[in-house]
Design a protein around this ligand. Structure first.
Ligand code: EPU
Length: 788
């Protein structure tokens, strides 16, 4: 290949700057490449935490400059750079850059940034990130990787293959790449500099590389470009400024059109006429295999450990470049097989036989389609996707294309737009993307404007065999990480309860309370055996996880933020069993109280008919010594079996137990498993008559609507229902929460009520009772969970 031509070592004037800083105010050093690569200076970077800027900082530090930087956020990246010598400031104060000989700024920085304002005032040289990069590259033989999709992966792959090929390349890529160690690196030994070229703001035309690799050309960044024509012009200019070879993807119709007639072009792709051609392509799970044909000559087989057909294209581009630089195919193939993905490019966050969680940076419809295709080819049962649209301008411009990009997702949750540094555009939200996808005919789409709830929504959909994919260039990956962290615990819980048991993440407790109100349980666990329950208790103790036991949720008000930790719902198996032995009935805590009454009837045992009027289960009945028709649970209890805080089982008889009105303190720190009830033999007609009376009482005096039973304990002076009635509060409401017109001690959910509304209504009733009657009402209903 040709060496860098002499005339290209003289920097040319960059194109007129249309950004926030006026060109006339800048005094750029005459020989910027020399200034940056052969001299030592003090350089300040404004917006140093950005992925591109941190790379420049790393290069400048390695080049021996004294580098300082400012940003409103510190990141892992700035922490790492500090260890390398960066002086970092979390504010943009002019004095931090006071002694700098040069200021480099990110395109995310506005023109009124105090450091830029001051630098302009004092005539300090100011350059854009891309200008600095282009200048640094000018001292090496540049290889620019350009295109709309796949730049980071391909530039990392190129740098890796050249490095393995012994060429000691310098590199600059747009993300942290584990296999390369850093996102940018200066190596004085090598001749080449591999850089990801950013086309988003037109600065790609600053490059004068020896070679250019064009992956694809498509409508993107329509905040900056008028249309595809404008984009192609920029690429055409880059091609003109390329001294050596232009490598291009022949299968991309725009790249092919722009490059096909170039005398210095080398093509790659699947098409027959490609110079470097992939044949016999096999895509399996996370790997791809293909043979490479170079103008009729079989070079051999390549194995790629990154998934998807799009990566076969990327790898072919790398093979073409590396081969032309003289690296033997065997060496290239060996390096490619070792290549690991860039962070946030199909990055596996969690992998178990039951679930696979993958994060990807894809944010353009084409990338999304390719990534979803790759996700589908992994071979799991379903693909669940969380997607965060990136930038208002892109969301607006490509809304239609987004509409049909998600066909390969079985379920999809769309969040609101991540603005990056853009100002919101009125009417442009994640909702318009969700609507577009629904309009396209997708049946599994929902919109979740609260980003911090996305992992809950998706987590609750999870079924064994699912692949979960987070997509977007903003911070959606944090939601996937949150899900991955909870999955670790969920899988341990699943191991404890075994095949028969059930574990669900973020189960909405509104589904499990009779009031139909309440946020999710972080971990919803249904053990089926006493042994599993005991193990759960020990696990929560050891892991410091809160544990809350919930029965039928009939006397429970869960706040809208849900319950943190493990919510155990003992049901099925041991817990639903009812056994009769003479006049004794043994019932598990999951059995309904009314089933105990009917078991009594079947065995000719009376005295428990009152239980017919209680909607809860044995566990709840014990916990609060529930009552009806003037009777209460412990009047019928002989023995209680329970697990203590260490999961040890105990049985205590009635006379050993302390019991109060609507309260059984033992179960504050222990967990009931079963109870033995006692009745008396009675004639069937009498039992039936009492059961009917109990039913009739409930039917005539209590509402049929969704409720949590009685809200307040009966004060000594007057039943709470009567009191509320006398205070004239029946039918009073907060939102969809309303005091029943049937019974004053019931608050009903008229459909879609929130816990906050329920609580506000409770407070209002309490305040009125105190103000008007001097009675302090105490809630009987158990109130748990976090505010919403
Ligand atoms: N009353 C009114 N207006 C009303 C409601 C009640 O004047 O709006 C009067 C009734 O006429 C009656 C008295 O208040 O004279 C007591 O009412 P009720 O007989 O309905 O009994 P309660 O004390 O309100 C208790 C239990 C219920 C159980 C019933 C039926 C408590 C706090 N409540 O209600 O239990 O179903 O007896 O036996 O002890 C529950 O615990 O969740 C529950 C629903």
């Amino acid at each position: 290949m040709k060496p860098v031509s002499e005339e290209r070592s003289t920097p040319e004037q960059p194109p007129p700057w249309t950004g926030p800083v006026a060109t006339s105010e800048r005094a750029v050093p005459l020989d910027l490449p020399g200034f940056l690569t052969r001299e030592r200076h003090r350089i300040h970077l404004v917006g140093v935490a950005g992925s591109g800027m941190s790379g420049i900082a790393a290069l400048l530090i390695e080049l021996g400059h004294t580098v300082s930087g400012s940003d409103k956020v510190s990141t892992m990246e700035t922490d790492r750079l500090r260890r390398l010598g960066l002086r970092f400031h979390e504010r943009h104060r002019p004095e931090e850059a006071g002694t700098a000989d040069l200021v480099v700024f990110s395109s995310a920085i506005k023109g009124d940034n105090p450091i830029l304002v001051s630098a302009r005032k004092y005539g300090k040289p100011i350059v854009r990130r891309a200008e600095a990069l282009a200048a640094i590259m000018r001292s090496k033989r540049g290889i620019v990787i350009a295109g709309m999709h796949g730049k980071t992966t391909t530039s990392a792959m190129t740098a890796h293959v050249l490095r393995e090929g012994g060429l000691h390349p310098c590199h600059y890529v747009g993300a942290e790449i584990p296999i390369l160690g850093m996102n940018a690196h200066w190596d004085s030994r090598g001749e080449y500099f591999v850089a990801e070229g950013d086309e988003s703001d037109g600065t790609i035309t600053l490059f004068r590389p020896e070679h250019t690799l064009i992956l694809n050309i498509e409508e993107e960044h329509l905040d900056f470009y008028a249309d595809l024509d404008a984009i192609e012009k920029v690429f055409a200019q880059l091609i003109t400024q390329t001294a050596g070879t232009v490598f291009y993807n022949l299968d991309d119709k725009n790249a092919a059109r722009v490059c096909r007639s170039l005398p210095r072009g080398i093509s790659y792709g699947f098409a027959d006429e490609a110079d470097y051609r992939a044949i016999d392509i096999r895509l399996t799970g996370f790997a791809s295999m293909f043979r490479v044909d170079h103008r009729g000559q079989d070079l051999g087989e390549a194995v790629l450990n990154v998934p998807g057909q799009h990566n076969v294209h990327n790898a072919l581009g790398v093979i073409a470049v590396a081969s032309e630089l003289g690296i033997a195919f065997e060496k290239i193939a060996k390096s490619l097989a070792k290549f690991e993905h860039a962070r946030r490019r199909f990055e596996i966050k969690y992998d178990s036989p039951r679930f696979l969680l993958v994060d990807d940076y894809g944010h353009h419809p084409t990338e999304i389609r390719a990534t979803l295709k790759a996700a589908r080819s992994v071979g799991r049962k379903r693909v669940l996707t969380m997607f965060q649209p990136h930038r208002y301008s892109r969301t607006k411009a490509l809304r239609k294309e987004f509409g049909c990009a998600f066909d390969d997702a079985d379920r999809l949750v769309v969040t609101d737009v991540y603005g990056s540094h853009e100002a919101p555009i009125p009417g442009v939200t994640g909702q318009i993307i969700a609507d577009e996808i629904v309009g396209h005919g997708h049946r599994g789409v929902s919109y979740e404007p609260r980003l911090e709830w996305v992992h809950r929504t998706v987590g609750n959909m999870l079924e064994s065999g699912d692949l979960v994919l987070s997509l977007g260039a903003g911070n959606i990956h944090e939601q996937l990480s949150a899900l991955a962290a909870d999955l670790v615990t969920a899988e341990k819980l699943k191991e404890i309860v075994g095949e028969g048991g059930e574990v669900r993440l973020y189960e909405p407790l509104s589904k499990h309370t009779t009031l139909r109100v309440g946020g999710p349980a972080q971990f919803w666990v249904e053990p089926r055996t006493e042994k599993a329950f005991a193990e759960l208790i020990r696990f929560c103790r050891d892991e410091n996880l809160p544990l809350f036991v919930m029965g039928r949720g009939s006397n429970l008000l869960v706040r809208d933020g849900g319950v943190r930790g493990v919510v155990v719902h003992p049901s099925g198996g041991d817990f639903d069993k009812i056994e009769i032995n003479g006049a004794e009935i043994t019932a598990g805590v999951g059995a309904k109280l009314k089933e105990v009454a009917y078991a009594g009837k079947a065995a000719g045992i009376g005295g428990m008919e009152w239980m017919e009027g209680i909607p809860g289960a044995v566990g709840g009945g014990l916990r609060m010594n529930a009552g009806a028709m003037g009777a209460q649970t412990f009047e019928n209890v002989l023995r209680v079996r329970y697990l203590d805080a260490n999961g040890e089982a105990h049985t205590k008889s009635r006379d050993e137990l302390e019991v109060h009105y609507r309260n059984f303190p033992l179960l504050e720190k222990n967990f009931a498993v079963s109870a033995v009830f006692r009745g008396q033999p009675a004639p069937l007609e009498e039992i039936v008559r009492k059961l009917e009376a109990s039913q009739e009482k409930r039917r005539t005096s209590q509402p049929a609507a969704k409720s949590a039973g009685c809200i307040f304990k009966n004060p000594d002076s007057c039943p709470a229902g009567k009191l509320v009635d006398e205070l004239g509060l029946k039918n009073s409401r907060v939102g969809k929460a309303r005091v029943s017109e049937v019974h004053g001690n019931f608050i009903v959910n008229d459909g879609g009520a929130t816990a906050a509304e329920m609580l506000e209504l409770i407070e209002k009733i309490k305040a009125t009772a105190l103000a008007k009657r001097g009675i302090e009402l105490e809630t009987e209903v158990q109130i748990v969970g976090e505010p919403g």
